[in-house]
Design a protein around this ligand. Sequence first.
Ligand SMILES: [Ca+2]
Ligand SMILES: [Ca+2]
Ligand SMILES: [Ca+2]
Length: 194
Amino acid sequence: MRPPALACCAVLLTSGVVVAGCGTSQVGDPPVDRPDAAAPTPDAGPVADAPAPPPPDASVRSCNGGDDRIVDPRTGTCYLYFADALSWDDARAGCQALGGDLAVPTSSSENLILALLVPSTANAWLGGTDFPNEGTWRWVTGEPFVFANWRSGEPNDGNSTTRDEDCNVLEANNNGVWDDRDCVRLFPYTCEIP
Ligand SMILES: [Ca+2]
Ligand SMILES: [Ca+2]
Ligand SMILES: [Ca+2]
């Protein structure tokens, strides 16, 4: 005496598995006993205009400063861009004063974030150097220098015997590839605040 449509929908409701054909043909049952589907999460809606100050929660860390900024939603890491052109050492000191360091992209996804952050016409310091061991690149944070995104032909140490290129920049005007540059040259820079 049971219609097959009702039996099918009963399986759907109790198991939660979507069965083709059941969800589309609504028989007309009142949607009772589904509180979890109907109840909205209480903290999803906008809080009323109560001027409560935000608590110092790690999940809502601020990412302020710089001329532009971006937060990785997966890690909460804050990346800042500074248009002020500084030497690599001075840029690093600026980042450290903010509790971070020069940006260290250790993956293609992190490099993409930085390529989006840096204006498309700019080159900006990263936290890589091969000083004092020429040819042995390292990150200022001590993270392993495994992922690399050098432009073809780079790093070339300037192709010179009279000057060194021991610090790397990200070329946002070239899809975020890297080039080694003379560390005393002046470039905008990126900071990574963990
Ligand atoms: Ca990083
Ligand atoms: Ca070098
Ligand atoms: Ca170079």
